[in-house]
Design a binder for this molecule. Structure first.
Ligand code: FRU
Length: 474
């Protein structure tokens, strides 16, 4: 039977970085969200998990479920790398509910000496909670690719079944490989790729974690291209997560990309997102981390990495909007607010788990800083540009600055979520999001707010803990 996954008050007191309302593993390493689905009346969320340590190995599919996307219940791991076809990792994939069962599509990662083999596998979660592995799917030999073919997204289109895979061609180009089911076999129908142009066109060497879905009559293709060097000096990561608009009017067999690549998140760490369409809404959840982003200080407490807040997506007037899911309001506790005119103001009441809402009227420039003895965080806006600064995370991730150019030069609204060791900043009602990790020993209690002109209404809301399970304290 599923167990509850609460953490104890003691764990929170001893560990300044454990999230209050974000998903993280109790122990070990967590990375991509997997199999985000709605099944048996609950949201199901699996995730890449090394239960034995904080390194990227032993990848299992951990499993949580929830009725509200905020309070999560832990279930036993759904997949463990115990078979010949997944012995070096049960890698990412998707889940599709079918009556009483949940079909899981994932990649079995296998190392043979220097060689990597990838098997696209299927497993079934039965109503009693037991998972039956069905092994590798019947796929025609994919001869144009290296061993990097993974992360199946299952797509049902009209009466056809498709798998969309992240892939690397033999000549080291990243893209997606589309397979269509024909009777008992899956046949390769397309390889699609495009240069990533975020300043200058570049070819990624691999695309990971693709997703393809329709959002308010616009089809979007999500992908995580690797090996893209951004010209801005602030970026050291070459792993990106973003989307293209695509023309799907003739179905996956004729799919064409018809936009440049757009970043999904303008912050520091965001990767491998997955969507779920449920009752007319499209939800997206991502990993607040990056491949190769180095060791985080929370390793001292035997856990590392976390997922982001679920977002709700919409396509409005040709633009993507990403908003925090309204369900987070269930966590709202004490609120305090005030209106400010130009000048310098001291703010109080920040905590490890809170949310700051700011509404601006004719603001030309502002600065918010949360100073601390061992880490600091600041936002700065002027001339249509938003700058987020933080301290260095470590030698493998020394990025400290992100810059976002607002779409029309205006700043109307910000919503900043803080949760112990993460922040997520939603700009202008979902026009953009900037996310990242932070590791302050001491929570920020005070802030400084400097407004150059106009007015601003600030509201700070404390958010309660969605993980504490007091009875484990005994
Ligand atoms: C993305 C990724 C996937 C892979 C998984 C392994 O972060 O590299 O492509 O399936 O992580 O954990």
């Amino acid at each position: 039977m599923p167990k509850s996954c609460g953490w104890t008050t003691k764990q929170f007191t001893a560990d300044p970085w454990r999230p209050y309302y974000h998903i993280a593993a109790k122990t070990g390493l967590i990375n991509d969200p997997n199999g985000f689905s709605f099944h048996q009346g609950r949201f199901q969320l699996f995730y890449q998990w090394n239960p034995f340590g904080c390194e990227h190995k032993n990848k299992h599919w951990g499993h949580f479920s929830s009725s509200d996307l905020i309070h999560w219940q832990a279930h036993p791991a759904a997949l463990a790398p115990t078979d010949w076809f997944d012995k070096n990792g049960c890698y990412s994939g998707t889940a599709v509910s079918e009556g009483e069962i949940l079909n899981l599509y994932y990649t079995g990662n296998v190392r043979q000496g220097e060689q990597r083999l990838s098997y696209q596998c299927k497993a079934v979660l039965h109503p009693d909670g037991h998972v039956e592995k069905l092994g590798p799917m019947n796929i025609e030999a994919l001869s144009n690719y290296t061993g990097h073919v993974r992360d199946p997204k299952y797509l049902s289109w009209q009466d056809q079944s498709w798998l969309i895979l992240g892939a690397q061609t033999l000549d080291q180009r990243g893209g997606i490989c589309l397979l269509q089911q024909q009777q008992e076999q899956w046949l390769e129908r397309r390889f699609i790729s495009q240069e990533i142009n975020l300043g200058r066109p570049q070819q990624a060497y691999m695309w990971e974690c693709p997703d393809l879905f329709e959002l308010d009559q616009q089809w979007l293709l999500l992908a995580c291209p690797q090996g893209i060097e951004l010209d801005q000096a602030e970026y050291t990561t070459t792993n990106l997560s973003g989307y293209f608009t695509v023309d799907m009017s003739a179905g996956p067999a004729e799919l064409t990309i018809n936009s440049e690549f757009n970043l999904l998140d303008h912050g520091f760490e965001f990767y491998a997102p997955q969507t779920l369409q449920h009752q007319g809404t499209t939800l997206l959840i991502g990993w607040l981390g990056l491949p190769d982003d180095g060791e985080h200080p929370s390793v001292r407490h035997n856990w590392t990495q976390m997922l982001g807040l679920p977002r709700s997506l919409s396509w409005e007037n040709g633009c993507l909007r990403q908003r925090p899911i309204p369900a987070f309001k269930a966590l709202a506790q004490a609120q305090q607010g005030d209106s400010y005119r130009s000048g310098e103001h001291q703010l109080k009441g920040f905590s490890r788990s809170c949310m700051l809402d700011i509404e601006f009227t004719e603001c030309s420039a502002f600065q918010l800083s949360l100073p601390s003895a061992d880490d600091s965080f600041s936002l700065h806006w002027s001339e249509g540009t938003l700058v987020v600064e933080r301290g260095e995370l470590g030698p493998l991730n020394s990025d400290t600055k992100r810059i976002y150019q607002s779409r029309n030069g205006n700043l109307r609204q910000l919503q900043l979520f803080i949760d112990s060791s993460s922040f997520e900043l939603f700009v202008n009602d979902g026009e953009a999001v900037l996310s990242g990790r932070l590791f302050p020993q001491q929570a920020w209690h005070k802030g400084q707010f400097k407004l150059e002109s106009g007015q601003a209404k600030l509201q700070l809301t404390q958010l309660s803990n969605s993980w504490i399970e007091e009875d484990l304290d005994a």
